[in-house]
Design a protein around this ligand. Structure first.
Ligand code: ATP
Ligand code: MG
Length: 410
C-alpha cells in the first residue's frame, strides 16, 4: 500500500469561529447522528471552495475559518436549513482571565447597540474546568456589573452573553435566527412545478425545510411567454437552490402543447387541461430522476383553477404523491415567507408565466374528474406532451458554485 502524505493544515490561520445551534434535530433521538452528519456534509459542500473547517459537537455546529472566508461562511449559515441560528463567537483560552475579557468585549458591543441589562448563560462541557457553570456566571457577570456597564436581569435581559467551556472557551452574544427545519437530504427528493409567481418558490422552500431535495420544472411557451419570464424563473430557481443545496431546473417547451389545447379543448377547460399536461410531464421527469413526490404552489380557493374539485382533477393525473404545502395558507402568509427568503421581489416582476391568449374568460370552477379525463383524451395530445418532455433543457444551480464565485471575487 502506498504511503499517503497527509496534507498539513495550518490551523493558526483559522482565526475566526462561528457557532450554529442545531435545531429540531435535538428532538430526534436515534436519528440524530444521521441528521447531524447530513447537516455537516451540507455545510462542507457549500463551503468546499472556502477556507473553513466544519465540525459538530453535542448539539453545536462549529466553523473555523480565515478572515477572508467570513463572507462565505455567513452566507452559507444564513441559508443552511437544520440550525435555529448562528453567531460569530470569540474563541479564547480556557481560563477565567481570557473569558472575562471576552465577556467585557461582548457586553460593550451590546451596550453600544442599546442593551441596558444582561445575563450570562454559562455551559461547562469540560468537567475538568475548575469552576462550575454557576461560578463562571458569577465571575463573568462581575466584569460588567461591578463597574456599572450594565445591570443584571436574569428574567428579561436585553442581551444574553453565552459562555461555553469545551475544547476552548467560546463567548458570544447576539444570535442570528435562521430557517430552522431539517437538513436538506434527509427526506428524499421532490419535483417542484416552479412558475414565476409568488407561491411556488415558497412551496419548494417549505419542502426543503422538511429535509427534501427539490428539483424544478418550468413550462415555457415562447414567444407567448417572454424570455424575461424564463429568466425570472431561473432567478427563482437559483434563489431557492441556496437553501436546498442545489437544484436542476428543467425548462420544458410547451408552446405546441398550448396551441393544441387552444385548438381542441372547450375554452373554459383550457387552463385545467394545461395543468393536466403539466402533470403528465411532471410524472415523466419525476420518475426519470427518482423523485418521491411532485410539489406545487397551489392554495385552496386562491384562483379558479384551485377549487377543491379542480384540485382533485389535477391530482387524479399525478402518478407520484402530490405535495401542496401551501394548501391551507393565506396569501399574506405566503408573501411573508417569500419576503423572508428573498424571492418576493423577483416574483412580482411584471413578466407573466402565462399568456392572456390562452386564459379562458370563464374557466370551469367545478370540474368533474371523469369528464375532464374524457376531454383530455379527446385532445390526443400525449405525443406532443412526450415530445415536450424529450426537448427539455436542464440548468443547474448550487450554493457551492455561488460561494465559489463569491470567493473568486474576494
Ligand atoms: P404561483 O404563484 O406559484 O405562480 P399561482 O397562484 O399563480 O401560483 P397558478 O398559476 O394556478 O397559481 O399555478 C398553480 C401552480 O401550478 C403553481 O404554484 C405551480 O406550482 C404550477 N405552475 C403554474 N404555471 C406553471 C408553469 N408555467 N411552470 C411550472 N409550474 C407552473
Ligand atoms: Mg402563477
Amino acid at each position: 500500500m502506498k504511503n499517503r502524505v497527509k496534507k498539513e493544515i495550518d490551523f493558526s490561520v483559522y482565526t475566526e469561529t462561528y457557532l450554529g445551534k442545531v435545531g429540531e434535530l435535538t428532538l430526534k433521538g436515534s436519528n440524530i447522528k444521521t441528521f447531524e452528519k447530513q447537516l455537516v456534509n451540507n455545510l462542507r459542500t457549500a463551503l468546499e471552495t472556502a477556507d473553513a473547517k466544519v465540525k459538530v459537537l453535542t448539539g453545536r455546529l462549529y466553523v473555523h475559518c480565515t478572515k477572508e472566508s467570513c463572507g462565505a461562511v455567513e452566507f452559507a449559515l444564513d441559508h443552511l436549513l437544520g440550525i435555529t441560528g448562528w453567531a460569530k463567537v470569540q474563541n479564547v483560552e480556557k481560563n477565567m482571565d481570557a473569558i472575562t475579557e471576552s465577556v467585557k468585549v461582548e457586553g460593550l458591543k451590546a451596550k453600544a447597540a442599546g442593551a441596558k441589562t444582561f445575563k450570562i448563560d454559562a455551559r461547562r462541557e469540560d468537567k475538568a474546568f475548575p469552576l462550575n457553570s454557576y461560578e463562571i456566571c458569577i465571575q463573568a457577570a462581575g466584569v460588567l456589573f461591578d463597574d456599572g456597564t450594565m445591570d443584571v436581569d436574569v428574567k428579561h435581559p436585553d442581551c444574553v452573553i453565552n459562555v461555553e467551556v469545551r475544547d476552548k472557551a467560546y463567548v458570544y452574544c447576539a444570535q442570528k435566527k435562521t430557517g430552522r427545519g431539517l437538513p436538506v437530504g434527509v427526506s428524499g427528493k421532490g419535483l417542484l412545478l416552479l412558475s414565476g409567481g409568488i407561491d411556488s418558490p415558497v412551496a419548494g422552500y417549505r419542502m426543503m425545510r422538511r429535509g427534501m431535495r427539490v428539483e424544478c420544472v418550468y413550462f415555457h411557451s415562447y414567444p407567448y411567454t417572454s424570455e424575461e419570464a424564463q429568466k425570472k424563473v431561473q432567478d427563482l430557481a437559483k434563489s431557492i437552490a441556496m437553501y436546498g443545496m442545489e437544484t436542476h431546473l428543467n425548462v420544458v417547451p410547451f408552446t405546441e402543447v398550448q396551441m393544441k389545447i387552444k385548438q381542441k379543448a372547450p375554452e373554459e377547460y383550457s387552463t385545467l387541461m394545461l395543468r393536466l399536461c403539466m402533470m403528465k410531464v411532471a410524472n415523466m421527469i419525476g420518475k426519470h430522476i427518482g423523485s418521491d413526490a411532485i410539489i406545487t404552489g397551489e392554495s385552496l380557493g386562491q384562483v379558479a383553477s384551485q377549487t377543491s374539485q379542480n384540485l382533485a382533477v389535477t391530482e387524479s393525473f399525478a402518478e407520484l404523491p402530490l405535495y401542496r404545502p401551501l394548501i391551507g395558507l393565506d396569501k399574506e402568509e405566503i408573501v411573508d415567507t417569500a419576503l423572508e427568503i428573498g424571492t418576493y421581489a423577483t416574483s412580482i416582476l411584471p413578466y407573466e408565466d402565462c399568456c392572456v391568449l390562452f386564459s379562458p374568460k370563464h374557466p370551469v370552477l367545478r370540474a368533474d374528474v371523469e369528464e375532464s379525463r374524457k376531454i383530455y383524451e379527446s385532445m390526443e395530445i400525449d405525443d406532443l406532451v412526450a415530445k415536450a418532455f424529450e426537448e427539455r433543457q436542464i440548468i443547474r444551480y448550487s450554493i457551492r458554485d455561488e460561494i465559489a464565485s463569491m470567493q473568486a471575487s474576494v
